[in-house]
Design a protein around this ligand. Structure first.
Ligand code: GDP
Ligand code: MG
Length: 442
């Protein structure tokens, strides 16, 4: 497995200080094989690996990780980035109903997905309507009606299907019906074929033109591997789509199709389907998919641990700095905040220091959303201001507020909070000293 192979690369590299070209090449080779084994399309693999090598060459030497681990970390980060970084949400129409159209091959899982998506949206307070516009496949209408009932949502199925009726007309009429019945989201299930087929594409394009969907979702079976690329390309050309849904991720497919489809069409993967039951469905998580494609959970965990240990060393360094009597600056404040965020509950190390408990209280009072704003404010300060916050006067505060998109009041409150923290640090130092720390009394 990749884990084994990389482990042996690691052991030969252990102890080396920096990323040499040979290290990068050796790791890149293993990554390349892993991606191909995960069914990522060759052109995508080539482009990706070239990009990784370039980034690895420019990477700073890490103190926390050995070179191979560092490359893997970069690969993982890049995969997450390419797989979507930020997960895109459904775009809702300004004037309801929002129209979502599903497209994909027969057997991809469209009808099942329609039910899952409807249930998911209903749980979020929407009133979805499922529309049976697959009039081809025997019992498709019936299948959708059963799903609608299970999902406890409305269904629009005026035609018996089984080859009868006009799917374009059904789709068009369903919008009026939804408006009348106050459904705010319409999900249109369409017919697929076993392979790419001009008739199918034309029908899907006609439905698209008839209802002008807010989102066309391309539904693709993760198990079809390399074929996903040609299929995605054909649907992109024939119908066009805004987002991708990967199905059958409960199977043993490594999910390389996700990466290929994302790269080749430039469309985000929005949802993942992981089983036959209605609940087997979730928004797509790029980090989980990256781990799956690389198939090296253990190594990623190891890397995380190494990084964590390194953070602890940083914490110790910070504590040492405080004990040595240097002034506590905004740089330190930001660094501590980021550390608290990364580590969740702060390490024992900080807990052991008198006064640090209080400090942590202070930092914990800043909630996640605030953290971003505080970080933005500190980043809008000049280095001189961070080192010597006393110089931050009214006009500087106004500039910082403008630069970070917050109000001056927020900057004022941050500065006040900072001076409190600094005072606390001083008291701590001048008081009993810090037991067990270099420079402190025991
Ligand atoms: P459609 O032709 O695109 O509408 O596909 P269907 O929704 O009818 O699904 C085809 C088959 O795949 C059905 O037997 C579904 O139960 C099954 N299926 C759909 N999604 C998933 C999934 O995420 N995991 C598994 N294991 N099976 C699925
Ligand atoms: Mg179907």
């Amino acid at each position: 497995t990749l884990s084994d192979r990389l482990t042996s690369v690691f052991s030969s590299l252990r102890g080396k200080g920096r990323l040499s070209d040979a290290d990068i090449d050796a790791t890149a080779r293993e990554i390349r094989i892993a991606l191909l084994e995960a069914d990522v399309a060759l052109p995508v693999v080539k482009e990706f690996v070239a990009h990784i090598k370039e980034r690895a060459r420019g990477a700073e030497v890490s103190q926390a990780l050995n070179p191979a681990q560092q490359v893997v970390k970069i690969v993982n980060e890049e995969l997450i980035e390419i797989l979507g970084g930020e997960t895109r949400r459904l775009r809702l129409a300004k004037t309801p109903p929002t129209v979502i159209m599903l497209a994909g091959l027969q057997g991809a899982g469209k009808t099942t997905l329609a039910g899952k998506l409807a249930r998911w949206l209903r749980e979020q307070g929407h009133a979805p309507l499922l529309v049976a516009a697959d009039l081809q496949r025997p019992n498709a209408v019936q299948q959708l009606s059963v799903l609608a009932e299970r999902a406890q949502v409305g269904v629009y199925a005026p035609s018996p299907g089984n080859g009868e009726g006009d799917p374009v007309q059904v789709a068009r009429d369903s919008i009026e019906y939804a408006r009348h019945k106050q459904h705010d989201i319409v999900i249109i299930d369409t017919a697929g074929r076993l392979g790419i087929d001009a008739d199918m594409m034309r029908q899907a394009a006609d439905i698209r033109d008839a209802v002008s969907p807010d989102e066309v979702l391309f539904v693709v079976d993760a198990m079809i591997g390399q074929d996903a690329v040609t299929t995605a390309q054909a649907f992109m050309d024939g119908v066009g789509f805004d987002g991708v849904v990967l199905t059958k991720l409960d199977g043993d497919a490594r999910g390389g199709a996700a990466l290929s489809v994302r790269q080749i069409t430039g469309r985000p993967i929005m949802f993942a389907s992981t089983g036959e039951k209605l609940e087997d469905f979730d928004a797509f998580h790029p980090d989980r998919m990256a781990g799956r494609i690389l198939d090296m959970g253990d190594i990623l965990t190891l890397i995380e641990q190494a990084q964590r240990t390194f953070d602890e060393q940083e914490t110790a360094r910070m504590a040492g700095k405080l004990a040595s009597g240097e002034d506590f600056t905004f740089e330190d404040f930001l660094e501590q905040m980021m550390m608290v965020r990364r580590m969740g509950p702060i390490t024992n190390l900080l807990g052991m220091l008198p006064g640090m408990g209080q400090m942590r209280e202070q930092l914990n009072q800043i909630d996640e959303k605030d953290l971003d704003r505080v970080a933005a404010m500190i980043r809008s300060m000049t280095p001189a201001e961070r080192q010597n916050p006393k110089i931050i006067d009214g006009s500087r505060r106004a500039r910082i507020a403008r630069g970070s998109g917050v109000t001056v009041t927020e900057v004022n409150s941050l500065v006040t909070r900072f001076f409190d923290a600094q005072k606390m640090m001083k008291q701590m130092r001048n008081g009993m000293g810090i037991p067990g720390m270099p420079g402190g009394k025991n």
